[in-house]
Design a protein around this ligand. Sequence first.
Ligand code: G
Ligand code: G
Ligand code: NA
Ligand code: MN
Length: 252
Amino acid sequence: TDLEAGLQVSVARSEISVEFQPIVSPRMGQVVTFEALARWDRGDQRVPPGLFIPLAERSGLINEIGAEVMGQSLKHLATWLGADLSRSLSINVSGVQLQEPDFAEQVLQLAEKYGVGPYQLVLEVTESVFFDADCNVIKQLSQLRAAGARVALDDFGTGYSSLGRLQELPVDILKIDRTFVSMVHTGNERLPILSSMINMAHSLGLTVTAEGIETEEQANYLIALECDSLQGYLFSHPEPAGRFEQALKTSG
Ligand code: G
Ligand code: G
Ligand code: NA
Ligand code: MN
């Protein structure tokens, strides 16, 4: 299609960029890490990732896009580590990338190239990467975890996994999907599903991040449930790296 041809051209010209969204600690809102998010500006129009990522997955371009995102992200992380702006980075990984037999090796080599420790990386995957029970997916994730990287289960609660199945998955962090967070509003005081998810995750030894925090009320609610970190427009929209580096300079 036209969009697919356009994406191919943009990838070849290295026109895919990356924005970063802070993930903060409940204590004083300190930034603990950033999530890297791919951006495609087609001329002066930004194509949403929800549109071009699935397209890239079908055409196989996702491998090149993933490598580009990983390279740009690690380069920024390397400078941020030096300036103590962030100690780690979360990167979204598609199930298609995890089907490559040398995916883990490539990530570890890139990390080494930029002087980043594997333990400073979080790979975000969705439940769907586990559906096919592809041995290679588990193998790649296990290799990364053995090297010290962490795996986050993204958009949790929107797929088909039960809380019970969590136990079997090779993950370290649970990211609660923003549809659950958006249920937190005045007049909706009791949300047993949220506390169940967080308690279950904690009892399995996982760390919990809540996505899509837009109000103080939502932040306070999730903090009261002992959520470990928070992400959302309340703290910051995704922004180009320069925006955070600027803030670092002005804060001295
Ligand atoms: O940034 P935004 O909310 O528009 O992202 C929409 C979706 O695109 C999210 O589900 C996000 O995980 C996905 N996405 C964004 N960047 C990347 C990327 O670099 N790789 C993959 N695989 N998915 C991404
Ligand atoms: O699927 P994933 O969790 O990777 O999606 C991340 C996307 O969610 C990003 O594209 C980002 O723009 C979007 N996002 C981040 N914070 C918020 C928020 O507080 N509210 C809404 N509606 N979207 C958010
Ligand atoms: Na994601
Ligand atoms: Mn995410």
